[in-house]
Design a protein around this ligand. Structure first.
Ligand code: ADP
Ligand code: GLC
Length: 493
C-alpha cells in the first residue's frame, strides 16, 4: 500500500445495521477490509427506526447538524456514532425522525415511500456537512447507487471552493443501473446546485431529475460491481437509458467484483447450519441437507437432488421465467426450496406451490438470514436465473458451501461461475444463456443428470468449495481506484 487514505463511505444501507440486498453487504464489509489495510474509513448511513440506539450504544456527535435542502430551507438532524462490528470503523447514523423513523428502508407493503427523493438528497447533503462538523477532509467520498449520487454533484458545485472538500474526489459504485432516482424536475431547487446542471449531459432525463445520471456525469471515477456489468451497462439492453451516459465516461469506468464475507459464509465455522463441513469432511453437508428437508417438512431423501434459491422476488431475478417453467421442472425427480420476498404476485404464486407439491416444494416468503444459511448449506444446487445481475453474492456463497450454482450467464454470474465442461470435467456450475423457460429447464435437467454421476460430482464440489472471492482482493483494487481518483481530482492526470 502506498499512502494512508481518508475515505468517507456514504450509502443507504450497511450490514449488519440495515440491509435489503447486496448493497448492504458491500457497504458493511468493504470498509472493514480497507481499514485493515490501514486506511481511515468512516461510514455514513441513515438511522432507520430499527437501528436501536440503546442496544448498539450509539453516542451523539456534536450538536444538531443543519442541512440545507434548497428551497425547503435548513432541516436539522442529530448524528449518532457507533462502530462496524469487529472493527474500529466509525459509523455515523443520520438521525432524522421524519425521513428515517420508519420500519423499512424503501417501501412498506409493496408501496414505495413517496418522499425518497428528499430522504436521500438529505442523506447526501448531510454526509458532506458532517465532514465539516467533525472536521474530516476526506481524500475520497465513496458513494453507492442513486441514493447518494447527489454527492459528486455537490462536490463539483456547492463545495468546489470549500476549503475542506475542494480536493475531495468521488467514486460512484453502480450496484444496479435500473434504479436511477428519477424525480420531478423541481427537485433541482431542493438540490440547490443551480439549474445550469439541468442539462442533457448532467441531471436532466426526459424533463425530469435523474440523480444517478448526475452522479455518473460528475463522479471523479465510476465503477460497477463486476467487470462484465461494467461492459454491459454501456449497451442498450442493460443500460436502462443510461448506456450513452456510461459510454461517455468509459475511460473512467471500471469493474470490481464484490467479495464475500468469509467470516460469515464459511461451512467450517458457520453456527447457523446443522453440521459444519469442509472439502475434507463432506459428510457434514448430508446432515445439513437432512435438517433442511425437515425444516421445510419435506420427505427426507439423501439421494433426491435438492435445488435451493434465496432471492429478492423481482423481475431482475428471472422469477417470471421460473414461474412459467416450474411445473415442468417439478416433473423431474427433485426437491425445490425457495426463500424470498418481493413482488406480491410472486408471494402468492410460489407460496402456494408447497400445497401443490407436498413434501417436494418448500417455500418461505420473507427475509430470514438463518434460513438462507441453512438453504445454501443443505441444497445440492443453487439457482440464480437472473435477467441481469450486476454482481450477485449468493452464487459465491453457494460455491463456498459446495452447492453447485445453476446460473444465467450475465454480469457477475458470468465472472464467478465456470460452466461445467463434460469433456474435460472442468467448471464449477451450470450456465445457460437464453432467458427462456426452455434454456432454464434444459440446464436444470442437465445438472440433475450430472448429479447422478458421483465421480463427476466428487470433482466439481471440492473445486467449487476452493474458489475464493475475497474482500482483501477487492479492497486492493478499490484502493488503486481511490488513488487514481485523488490524482485526477488534484489535476495530476
Ligand atoms: P441483490 O442485492 O440484487 O438482492 P445479491 O446476491 O447481491 O443480490 O445479494 C442478496 C443478499 O441478500 C445476499 O446476502 C442474500 O443472502 C440476501 N437475501 C436476499 N433475499 C433474502 C431473503 N429472503 N432472506 C435472507 N437473505 C436474503
Ligand atoms: C445489487 C445487485 C447485485 C449486487 C449487489 C451488491 O443489489 O443487484 O447483483 O451483488 O448490488 O453489489
Amino acid at each position: 500500500m502506498s499512502e494512508k487514505l481518508k475515505i468517507m463511505m456514504v450509502a443507504a444501507e450497511a450490514a449488519p445495521f440495515a440491509k435489503e440486498g447486496g448493497l448492504g453487504d458491500v457497504a458493511g464489509t468493504l470498509p472493514r477490509a480497507l481499514s485493515k489495510r490501514g486506511h481511515d474509513v468512516r461510514v455514513v448511513i441513515p438511522r432507520y427506526y430499527k437501528i436501536d440506539r440503546k442496544e448498539l450504544g450509539l453516542k451523539p456527535v456534536g450538536g444538531p447538524l443543519g442541512v440545507s435542502m434548497g428551497i425547503m430551507g435548513f432541516l436539522w438532524c442529530a448524528v449518532l456514532e457507533g462502530r462496524l462490528p469487529g472493527s474500529d470503523v466509525p459509523v455515523y447514523f443520520i438521525d432524522h425522525e421524519q425521513f428515517y423513523g420508519r420500519d423499512a428502508l424503501y417501501h412498506e407493503s409493496g408501496q414505495r415511500y413517496l418522499d425518497s427523493d428528499n430522504r436521500f438528497v438529505f442523506l447526501s447533503r448531510a454526509g458532506c456537512e458532517l465532514c465539516r462538523m467533525i472536521d474530516f477532509s476526506p481524500d475520497v467520498i465513496h458513494v453507492h447507487d442513486w441514493h447518494t449520487s447527489a454527492i459528486p454533484v455537490f462536490l463539483n458545485t456547492l463545495y468546489r471552493n470549500d476549503p475542506l472538500l475542494r480536493d475531495t474526489a468521488s467514486l460512484l459504485t453502480i450496484h444496479n443501473i435500473q434504479h436511477q432516482g428519477i424525480f420531478y424536475k423541481g427537485l433541482m431547487d431542493v438540490l440547490g446546485v443551480g439549474w445550469e446542471q439541468f442539462t442533457m449531459k448532467a441531471l436532466e432525463f426526459n424533463d425530469q431529475t435523474n440523480l444517478l445520471k448526475g452522479g455518473i456525469y460528475h463522479a471523479t471515477l465510476i465503477n460497477a460491481v463486476s467487470p462484465s456489468y461494467a461492459k454491459e451497462i454501456q449497451t442498450q439492453p442493460f443500460g436502462h437509458g443510461l448506456d450513452g451516459v456510461a459510454r461517455d465516461r468509459a475511460a473512467d469506468l471500471y469493474g470490481i467484483l464484490n467479495g464475500v464475507d468469509y467470516d460469515e459464509w464459511n461451512p467450517e465455522t458457520d453456527p447457523m447450519i446443522a453440521c459444519s463441513y469442509s472439502g475434507d469432511y463432506p459428510s457434514g453437508k448430508a446432515l445439513c441437507k437432512e435438517e433442511l428437508q425437515r425444516i421445510f417438512d419435506m420427505s427426507v431423501h439423501p439421494d433426491v437432488p435438492l435445488i435451493g434459491m434465496v432471492t429478492r422476488l423481482t423481475n431482475q431475478k428471472g422469477i417470471d421465467v421460473l414461474a412459467q417453467a416450474i411445473h415442468r421442472i417439478m416433473d423431474l425427480d427433485i426437491q425445490f426450496i425457495l426463500l424470498g420476498a418481493g413482488d406480491a404476485w410472486a408471494h402468492f404464486y410460489f407460496g402456494d406451490l408447497p400445497n401443490r407439491y407436498p413434501g417436494r416444494f418448500g417455500c418461505h416468503i420473507g427475509y430470514d438470514n438463518t434460513l438462507a444459511h441453512a438453504i445454501i448449506a443443505g441444497s445440492d444446487f443453487f439457482l440464480v436465473p437472473s435477467r441481469y445481475e450486476p454482481c450477485g453474492l449468493t452464487q459465491m456463497y453457494a460455491l463456498r458451501y459446495g452447492t453447485l450454482p445453476i446460473v444465467r450467464s450475465t454480469g457477475g454470474l458470468n465472472d464467478t461461475v465456470d460452466n461445467f465442461n463434460e469433456t474435460t470435467c472442468e467448471g464449477t456450475g451450470f450456465v445457460f444463456h437464453d432467458m427462456t423457460t426452455g434454456a432454464l429447464y434444459d440446464t436444470i435437467a442437465w445438472a440433475i443428470h450430472t448429479y447422478h454421476n458421483k465421480t463427476v460430482m466428487e470433482t466439481l464440489i471440492p473445486r467449487a468449495m476452493s474458489r475464493r472471492f475475497t474482500w482483501e482482493d477487492a479492497s486492493v483494487k478499490y484502493e488503486a481506484l481511490y488513488e487514481r481518483a485523488v490524482s485526477k481530482r488534484r489535476g495530476r492526470h
